[in-house]
Every structure is written in structure tokens, then in C-alpha cells.
Design a protein around this ligand. Structure first.
Ligand SMILES: Cc1cc2nc3c(=O)[nH]c(=O)nc-3n(C[C@H](O)[C@H](O)[C@H](O)COP(=O)(O)O)c2cc1C
Length: 207
């Protein structure tokens, strides 16, 4: 199968228009099952080291569970504030949308019980494979005008406990999924002057 220029441009548009969506931007509109399945299937279609497919997805809609996860976020966020005392804006950032998003997805890496092709020298490759799955999901969601926000300010052991997941699974991404009011053109952390977007000139070295 060959793609044409127009299709390539669409992929480029989706990549550029993808945003991290947080609680200040989610609306309560429900996600259709067929759309949620498309997003999950995009995760399953990601590349993985040795084709090990070391992922597991937990879809969370239960408000009580979401509230408990949010409480953990709040605790971890409050603890993290001491690291950014020189940047007071940190205390005002909205860095999750756990309760506002109609769906949360916890994406896990399953530790292997045998040697994995390609993972013999660098054992983190399995976890990187799960990150590939998350990026696929993020882009598929964007193509459906559904937003995803990645929450990493969580204690993974506590999340395992809350979701009743054993410690042979490692939390890679906790995703808040829902329709946003809008997809902004610029990353919020750029608008808030937290960081600037890098460019090819300063990022790529040719040898
Ligand atoms: C591994 C990873 C973890 C992230 N964790 C958080 C997080 O805990 N809270 C948050 O608000 N955004 C989180 N983000 C989103 C980034 O802040 C966001 O991608 C970045 O600011 C660029 O904005 P954009 O995704 O809208 O382009 C995370 C993104 C990645 C890739």
C-alpha cells in the first residue's frame, strides 16, 4: 500500500494538532464504544520489541475509583511543589483531568517471564514499546477529535493498589480521555512560558 501526498499531509496535520488535554478543557460528552475501541486498537497496533506486545490497558469510568486516583495525584502534586519554588507559576498549573474526563485509561507494561528478542541488552525496551502504544492512541484519539491528557504525577504502586493490579505490571501512562472544548494550536506550557518549542536546527546533529 502506498500513501499519497494528501494522506501524508493529513498525518502531519494530526501530529501537529495533537495536544495534551487537561481538566480545564474537558467537556462531559460521552465517548462512543466504537471510538474507544478504535483508540485501544491503535495501541495494540503499535510496534513492540521482539513483537512482545507487553501491554495491558485498564479502562476506568467508575467515579469512585477516579476520585481515589485524583487524591493520589493531589498528594504527589503537593509534594512536587518544593522542586519548583523558583517558578511560582507551577502552583497554578492544571496538570491532570482525572475527574473531568469521562474515561481514564491506565496503560501498563507487563514484566516478561522469559527472554525477549531485542531486549537482551537494554531491558527498558519493553517499556518504550508501551510508550509507542500510548502515542498511537493519542494520535488516533486526535483524529476522532477526542483529547487525551497524560498524568504522570502519580505514585505507581498506589495506583496499582487502587486498580487492584499486581506489581508484575508497571504503570507507564495514566490517560484522561474525553472531548475537549477546543484543541489549542500551541502547547499550554509554551503559552504559559514554561518552556519553548525546539526546532530542527538546534536538535539534530548530522555526522
Ligand atoms: C511521558 C509524558 C508525561 C506527561 N505527564 C504530564 C502530567 O503529569 N501532567 C500534564 O499536565 N501533562 C503531562 N504531559 C503532557 C506534556 O506536558 C505535554 O505533552 C507538553 O506540555 C506539550 O504539549 P502538547 O502535548 O499539548 O503538545 C506528559 C507528557 C508525556 C509525554
Amino acid at each position: 500500500m502506498q500513501f499519497n501526498k494528501k494522506q501524508s499531509q493529513i498525518l502531519n496535520d494530526i501530529i501537529i494538532a495533537r495536544r495534551d488535554i487537561r481538566g480545564n478543557n474537558f467537556i462531559s460528552k460521552k465517548i462512543k464504544k466504537k471510538h474507544l475501541n478504535k483508540i485501544l486498537q491503535a495501541g495494540l497496533d503499535a510496534p513492540s520489541v521482539g513483537f512482545s506486545q507487553p501491554w495491558k490497558f485498564i479502562v476506568i469510568k467508575d467515579e469512585e475509583v477516579k476520585n481515589k486516583v485524583y487524591k493520589n495525584f493531589k498528594k504527589e502534586y503537593d509534594k512536587s511543589k518544593k522542586y519548583f519554588k523558583n517558578r511560582p507559576i507551577y502552583n497554578t498549573l492544571k496538570l491532570e483531568g482525572i475527574k473531568e474526563a469521562p474515561v481514564n485509561i491506565a496503560v501498563y507494561y507487563k514484566k516478561p517471564n522469559k527472554k525477549i528478542l531485542g531486549q537482551t541488552s537494554q531491558k527498558q525496551m519493553g517499556k518504550y514499546s508501551v510508550v509507542c502504544a500510548i502515542q498511537n492512541m493519542w494520535l488516533m484519539a486526535r483524529s476522532l477529535n477526542i483529547g487525551i491528557g497524560w498524568v504522570s504525577i502519580l505514585n505507581p504502586k498506589k495506583v496499582n493498589e487502587l486498580l487492584d493490579v499486581s506489581n508484575e505490571y508497571k504503570l507507564i501512562g495514566y490517560l484522561c480521555v474525553g472531548y475537549p472544548k477546543e484543541f489549542l494550536n500551541t502547547p499550554e506550557l509554551q503559552t504559559m512560558k514554561w518552556n519553548k518549542k525546539m526546532n530542527l536546527k538546534t536538535t539534530v546533529t548530522y555526522i
